[in-house]
Design a protein around this ligand. Sequence first.
Ligand code: ZN
Length: 260
Amino acid sequence: MKMIKVTIWNEYRHEQANSPLGEYIRQIYPNGLHRYLAEHLAEDDLEIRAVSLDEPEQGLPDEILNNTDVLLWWGHCAHAEVKDELVDRIQARILHGMGLIVLHSGHLSKIFRRMMGTACRLRWREEGEKERIWVVSPSHPIAQGIPETFVLPNHEMYGEPFDIPQDGKIVFMSWFEGGNVFRSGVAFERDAGKIFYFSPGHETFPIYHDPIIQRILKNAIRWAAPQQITADRITPQPEALEKISTPNPLAALDTSVLHK
Ligand code: ZN
């Protein structure tokens, strides 16, 4: 069996807040939602590690990032603290094949906005209303074993318009009690890497306790896992496979300066 190396990254601030809200969240995720997910997504083919922002090198030194097949990302209030140098390293690894699963408020993370190239803004409302989720791509690997529709009794509303690129494959759509709709599960490909955005996961509701949500995340990990990751996969100037007989009009000029 091929093992998939999974790293769950969490900014891990709300769960440690010294406030009544922090205490409330700690009842749901006593050791942080990254550790909760690591425990509850455990499967024989998944080798899962949980890391957080305040660890050395913001939780992702090279020896961890370069040993990750699929990275899960949960962030909210500390997006700006994530160093651009780390975002560069994560982006390069995704382009070479690493999978990325962006959870909930990670829609505004630096890495998701970098990979999308758009602002990734959305509408939101925190009233704890009902969310109904629909599978809209039943044949997609991430939807396997998921009921056609199911309900989260309480969630934060995320609504359209959601500023993401149009090339995403919509796997899940949500309807909210207050009248809004949202593309809640969208799959992208960026060079050799696969990316899945999944909106359920507000920290004050036990969303990740739900077995259906856990099944979706396991499906997403297996879908996003690369066959292999090769850093030198891209050849900038491949040799011609066939003889080029067209005379090069610039043959007398040194064009190599354009590529320096
Ligand atoms: Zn939230």
